[in-house]
Design a binder for this molecule. Structure first.
Ligand SMILES: [Zn+2]
Length: 373
């Protein structure tokens, strides 16, 4: 892809929280006067802000460049089994507004999800200011069509709904693990990373960056439906999937409901929210019991992560999602160390808005790439 210097500057600002003028000169390999010309045009359009860094007292003043936080407004939406959550971000990716709707089993399906998506978008106070919308699903996304057993979506096309409410925006449709991987890359760096999203489902994404001007390689790995053994039939149609033996569903079975089956569980997930919460916090009160419940899960995950490491050789593995805690991550790491001589760098990230943020960043990037500057 051939990018002009305007787009290169904007992408650098998108992928870095702050950047000095002098850094831009080095990155773009242009003279100070060319950069002045480019920056002044971007400034006139309201795309960027430029200010003197007051922290540096001696010598020539250093100028910091940022995306103009009032110009670059974006929305990140996450559609999962439990909630539809929407966050409005400004150009600094600070949260400006947050709207969320709790979902139950009657909310699943194309028709119902469309209505709720419309409802949640209509609540946003200033739709006309939004430039880009990123929307992430727990499910399979292919050419902007979403298929999800969990959400009961079949060839669902969210772009049509969003376009009808905001015809002017750039839209990016992605899987939730892709969104987490994008956020991880932008906020924490790394050239080759694997993100695991762990909860009642298990998803993974391999993310490889070829520099910020190139499209990054993202590969969703349906880890939850890799074969793990045993003979439980999974909701995906296969038998013995990893989710049936090592997800929070499996942990919940070991904790309280021996006779639960995965299809019933995903249909009626909201009936188990309290128990899931209990389960995820049990280590705080009774670590011994937590270890008993999770021990088999750690065994399975250790094997799968170790193999992924061998296969893809990432710099780090990120653990994210409702089902993980610091305790979970440390114990899993210990388990992996016990079977492998090489340590695997696991980073625990939890789930702090990273799906919405990642989706919004992805869409803003698309907006910059498509724009006519
Ligand atoms: Zn499956």
């Amino acid at each position: 892809m051939k990018l002009n210097n305007y787009k290169k500057i904007l992408l650098n600002l998108l992928f870095n929280e702050k950047i000095y003028r002098s850094q831009l000169e080095d990155i773009l390999k242009i003279t100070p006067s060319t950069l002045s010309y480019l920056l002044s045009n971007l400034y006139k359009k309201g795309y960027i802000t430029i200010f003197k860094d007051k922290k540096i007292k001696a010598g020539r003043p250093k100028h910091l460049i940022n995306l103009n936080k009032n110009y670059w407004k974006s929305i990140g939406i996450r559609i999962g089994r439990e909630y539809i959550s929407l966050t409005v971000f400004n150009g600094k990716f600070e949260e400006e507004e947050k709207i969320s709707i709790k979902l139950t089993k009657k909310d699943m399906g194309n028709k119902s999800i469309s209505n709720l998506l419309e409802k949640v978008i209509k609540k946003v106070s200033s739709l006309e200011e939004i430039k880009a919308v990123g929307i992430a699903f727990s499910g399979n996304v292919n050419k902007n069509k979403v298929n999800s057993k969990i959400l009961k979506l079949e060839d669902f096309t969210p772009k049509i709904i969003i376009k009808s409410l905001m015809p002017h925006v750039t839209i990016s449709v992605l899987n939730d693990v892709e969104a987490i991987a994008t956020e991880e890359f932008v906020k924490h760096g790394g050239k080759k990373i694997v993100v695991i999203n762990y909860g009642t489902g298990i998803g993974a994404c391999f993310y490889e960056s070829h520099g910020i001007y190139e499209r990054n390689e993202r590969k969703v790995i349906e880890l939850g439906h890799f074969y793990a053994g045993n003979n439980e039939k999974c909701y995906c149609g296969a038998t013995g999937c990893l989710e049936t033996v090592a997800s929070d569903y499996a942990n919940l079975k070991r904790y309280k409901y021996q006779n639960l089956n995965i299809e019933d569980f995903i249909t009626n997930e909201e009936m188990y929210y309290n128990e899931l919460k209990e389960l995820r916090n049990i280590y705080k009160k009774n670590e011994k019991k937590a270890k008993e419940i999770y021990s088999e899960t750690f065994n399975y995950l250790a094997i799968f992560l170790f193999n992924i490491m061998r296969l893809l050789d990432p710099e780090k593995i990120i653990l994210s999602g409702e089902g993980v805690s610091k305790w979970f991550s440390q114990n899993l790491e210990r388990k992996i160390l016990s079977i492998s001589s090489v340590s695997i760098p696991i980073t625990y990230r939890g789930l702090k808005n990273n799906i919405e943020l990642g989706a919004a960043i992805d869409a803003t990037r698309e907006y910059i790439l498509k724009s006519e500057i």
